[in-house]
Write a new protein. Structure first.
Length: 175
């Protein structure tokens, strides 16, 4: 079933007492995305075994490598977390010695985070395993399909960003 067929067949709510056959799970985009997310988590865990870093923690480390001294609110928006979860992830990374936190000199209420040398080392060491996990996720696709798949994901994320509990401030996805 194509998305167009999906949209056409699921436009209106069913009428009372109408026989409704539920849409199979394997035809639901949301279910498939969630399932693929689970699979990616397993592949990441397999490839990155021994680092004791989750995909979300890796995303935070990556963001801090690109934006040192990032405040926790901006970090949350970049990674797609709510502020409380972002603060918790940063605290855990700080306990592991991968991140340091400090109050902003301009506003002592704002916490800034940056990678420690150990955090930079771990991030660099995880680069290869992380790439292998990404490749394993999509290696059944032809190269042109991979490009279209990622482009479609970016389009969906960008178009639905504001529906998230943790939307990016600037919803335009960048490289």
């Amino acid at each position: 079933m194509s998305i167009t067929t999906f949209q056409r067949s699921h436009r209106a709510a069913p009428k009372p007492n109408e026989d409704v056959t539920p849409m199979p799970l394997w035809r639901r985009p949301g279910y498939l995305i969630r399932r693929l997310h689970q699979i990616h988590g397993a592949l990441f865990a397999q490839e990155c075994v021994g680092f004791d870093i989750t995909p979300v923690q890796y995303a935070v480390l990556t963001t801090l490598a690109q934006r040192p001294d990032c405040d926790q609110n901006t970090l949350a928006q970049e990674v797609g977390l709510d502020r409380t979860n972002a603060a918790d992830v940063v605290r855990r990374l700080a306990r592991q010695g991968l991140v340091v936190r400090r109050a902003s000199p301009q506003d002592r209420r704002r916490m800034l985070a940056r990678l420690t040398p150990r955090g930079q080392t771990i991030l660099a060491a995880m680069q290869g395993p992380m790439i292998r996990a990404q490749q394993r996720l999509i290696d059944t696709l032809e190269p042109a399909e991979r490009e279209r798949f990622v482009a479609t994901l970016l389009k969906l994320v960008d178009a639905t960003n504001n529906s998230s509990r943790a939307p990016r401030r600037d919803s335009t996805i960048e490289d």
